[in-house]
Ligand binder design. Structure first.
Ligand SMILES: Cc1cc2nc3c(=O)[nH]c(=O)nc-3n(C[C@H](O)[C@H](O)[C@H](O)COP(=O)(O)OP(=O)(O)OC[C@H]3O[C@@H](n4cnc5c(N)ncnc54)[C@H](O)[C@@H]3O)c2cc1C
Length: 304
């Protein structure tokens, strides 16, 4: 079966949903393709303090608000995964895991996924003690000992979140200082059950093949490596775009991010990209929403 739309939004995170709200209000013929859950990364954030209009809101609550808005506007959301895009004359053909879709405009809004350490034991123990989402999996480690691996704001915030649930949290930073806001460092210092281990690299995840039970960690100051016994490890070393479906379009930089101009258009006519998948300086909810609106506005204006 073939589907035809004027515009297709690929990805239903905050960027894709923001674009969709504007497209719908302009009465455009479009759909969102979402391979997993609407809300994207929002679903993994414990607490948001920097989105205007909310002193504090949980990620899942913000995702639910957006979902309800999209739902109330009768925006068509199809549970499809996009596998490939090809040009067909002036239009594009989107190949999904279900059917092909023909359209004039595309907004790529597929976000990013957690970066992996790519060390020994990681593949064996993902979901068997290694997690990339404290909000999703933290509850399984109630009164247990965990590590958080990372040195950024996300890692520190997740360590704070886990310290409310777990017996102890070790935050392992590969740098001599944390790359976080000062207020977050103060909060970490105030928690009795958080220990920050600086200037150290995790070399290997250890376990009995069925379950993670430790880490091999190198202290870069002393050059000593030691085993740390843990029940769980949460990895927060950044994110990467998963853009292999768009490789043939030649719109990516050498790290896989999509390159766009100020109207969020790629070098290919009528293909836009928005949110975390784009090469840019600031990766936040508000910038993702803003990108989505910019792309939608340009599609609406050019078709007037
Ligand atoms: C732990 C954590 C904490 C954060 N805290 C904050 C914070 O406090 N404040 C803040 O402003 N920002 C924060 N961020 C960043 C913020 O979440 C992101 O910048 C924003 O959510 C990105 O939105 P997006 O729509 O671009 O991408 P995403 O949210 O990644 O959405 C992309 C969507 O596309 C879908 N998709 C992917 N590939 C395909 C495909 N091939 N076919 C169909 N669908 C596909 C995915 O399933 C996903 O739903 C945090 C991020 C994380 C991970």
């Amino acid at each position: 079966m073939e589907l035809i739309f004027d515009t297709v939004v690929i990805g239903g995170g905050v960027a894709g949903m923001s674009a969709s709200i504007y497209l719908k209000r302009a009465n455009k013929d479009f759909c969102i393709l979402e391979k997993s859950a609407l809300g994207g990364q929002l679903n993994n954030i414990d607490s948001i303090h920097n989105y205007p209009g909310f002193k504090e809101i949980s990620g899942p609550d913000l995702a639910m608000n957006l979902y309800e808005q999209v739902n109330s506007m009768d925006i068509k959301v199809l549970p499809y995964e996009v596998l490939n895009i090809t040009a067909s004359g002036d239009n594009y053909v989107i190949t999904t895991n279900k059917e092909q879709i023909f359209c004039n405009n595309i907004i790529i809004a597929i976000g990013r996924v957690p970066k992996r350490l790519s060390i020994k034991g990681e593949d064996t123990y993902v979901n068997k003690g290694i997690s990339f989402c404290a909000l999703c999996d933290g509850t399984f480690y109630k009164n247990k000992n965990v590590v958080v691996i990372g040195n950024n704001n996300q890692a520190a915030n997740e360590a704070l979140y886990l310290s409310n649930i777990c017996l102890s949290v070790k935050l392992i930073s590969r740098t001599k200082d944390l790359l976080t806001e000062e207020s977050i460092k103060d909060q970490l210092a105030d928690r009795d059950n958080i220990e920050v281990i600086y200037n150290s690299d995790v070399l290997e995840f250890l376990g009995d093949e069925n379950r993670l039970n430790g880490l091999l960690v190198l202290d870069k100051d002393t050059k000593d490596s030691k085993n740390i016994i843990v029940d769980g490890a949460f990895v927060y070393i950044g994110q990467v775009p998963l853009t292999f479906a768009f490789k043939d379009l030649q719109i990516l930089d050498d790290t896989g991010y999509v390159i766009v101009d100020s109207s969020m258009q790629t070098k290919l006519k009528n293909i836009y990209a928005v949110g975390d998948v784009v090469k840019k300086d600031i990766y936040q909810i508000i910038t993702a929403a803003s990108d989505g609106v910019t792309a939608a506005y340009n599609i609406i204006e050019k078709d007037k």
